[in-house]
Structures are given as structure tokens and as C-alpha cells.
Design a protein. Structure first.
Length: 221
């Protein structure tokens, strides 16, 4: 299943980023490691659900990790890379608090187990609209995407202004493209004939693109 491949790539990616963090101590690498581990766990939950079927606990974990937290935690790495350190630290503390609150809601939110046999149900229709978990999926993904897109634009501007830093442009652009590919996978999986395996293919491609982007850091000027 493609979701297994996505989980493996993300786990390897997380290890590479973590080794960079241990060598440099840069908080951007710590935030990216957290985001990638979240993504790897979400893809693993998806693979298990595809194999044996989703129950309420597995769905809660999959939706929280993949639908709510993955993109926003990855975007914190971009924030640390490009924004003032104090602002990035404050944003991360706020996100940590929100993560805790949403995780509590994920543990208690009512799940319509009958809908977990359908792709649309697993991708969010099994919970009521307006719950903190569902609102978190909408708001945090929008904020995370804006940070990634803004990071790409800002790094491109700095390249033109300072005539350097092409590696940051490439990194942020590919991180953004990868996030959009994964987001497109959620849309593709919801259309007629779509499936979770379709989402897994998009996830594997998207995380691979992100990996290439990260590996570009320090290789171009």
C-alpha cells in the first residue's frame, strides 16, 4: 500500500532532519522533525486502517495526526528558518497549547462508526462539523499553508535582494509543493471513485518532494 511507503519515507526524512538538529541545534530542524514524525504516524494509521478497517480509536488518531497537525507543525520549521526567533518560539508555544486542547477533543469527540467504512467518512465526515477537531483541521491547515507559501515568497524576495540563499528558495518552494500535493490527495480521495490508496500515492509523492527540498539546504547559493 502506498501509505506504508509514505510512512517509511517520512520516518527516514525525520531521522535525517533530526541528525541535522543534533549537529546544529537549530530549532527549525526540531520543528520539522516533529512534523515529519506526525506525518509518519498518520500514514501508518492509514495503512493499518486500509488493511484491517478503521475503528473509532484508529480514526481519531489518523484524523488528528494527518488531518489536523501535520502541515502546521511542518510550517513551524519554515517559521524558524525565516522569521525572528522570538516570534517563532511564541508561535510554537501557542501551537503546543492548541495541540493539547485539540488532542483532548479528539479523544472524546463523537464518531459515527457506520461512516468509517467509506473514504469520505474516514476523511472527516464521521465527526460532526463544528467540533474543535474539525475546526482545527480547517484553521490550522489554512494557517500552515499560508506560512509555507509566505515562506516561499519571502525566501525568493531575499534571494533577489541579497543575491544569495538559493537553497532556502528551493527548500521552501519544494516544501510548499509537497504540501499542496498531499492536500490535493485528500481532494482526489473524496471524489467519485477515489480511495484511501489514492491518498497514499499523493502522500508518498508529496513527502518525497519535500525530502528533496530539504536536502537542497546548503547545496546551492
Amino acid at each position: 500500500m502506498a501509505a506504508i511507503l509514505a510512512s517509511v519515507i517520512s520516518a527516514i526524512f525525520a531521522w535525517v532532519v533530526f541528525t541535522r538538529f543534533t549537529r546544529t541545534g537549530r530549532p527549525a530542524f526540531a520543528a520539522w522533525t516533529a512534523g515529519l514524525l506526525i506525518f509518519a504516524a498518520a500514514a501508518a494509521c492509514q495503512a493499518i486502517g486500509e488493511r484491517i478497517g478503521f475503528n473509532a480509536p484508529l480514526f481519531r488518531a489518523f484524523y488528528l495526526l494527518g488531518g489536523v497537525l501535520g502541515v502546521i507543525w511542518l510550517s513551524m520549521g519554515t517559521l524558524f528558518l525565516l522569521a525572528p526567533a522570538r516570534g517563532a518560539r511564541i508561535a510554537t508555544l501557542i501551537l503546543a497549547a492548541l495541540t493539547l486542547l485539540i488532542s483532548v477533543d479528539a479523544a472524546v469527540v463523537q464518531v459515527d462508526a457506520a461512516r468509517l467504512s467509506s473514504t469520505s467518512g474516514v476523511l472527516g465526515d464521521a465527526i460532526s462539523h463544528g467540533s474543535p477537531l474539525q475546526l482545527g483541521a480547517v484553521v490550522l491547515n489554512i494557517v500552515g499553508t499560508l506560512i509555507l507559501v509566505g515562506g516561499s515568497a519571502w525566501s525568493a524576495y531575499r534571494l533577489l535582494r541579497d543575491h544569495g540563499g538559493a537553497d532556502r528558495v528551493i527548500c521552501n518552494v519544494l516544501l510548499t509543493i509537497g504540501a499542496f500535493v498531499i492536500a490535493a490527495g485528500f481532494s482526489a480521495a473524496k471524489i467519485a471513485g477515489g480511495s484511501l490508496d489514492t491518498l497514499g500515492v499523493y502522500e508518498a509523492i508529496g513527502i518525497a518532494v519535500m525530502f528533496v527540498g530539504f536536502l537542497s539546504i546548503g547545496r546551492f547559493r
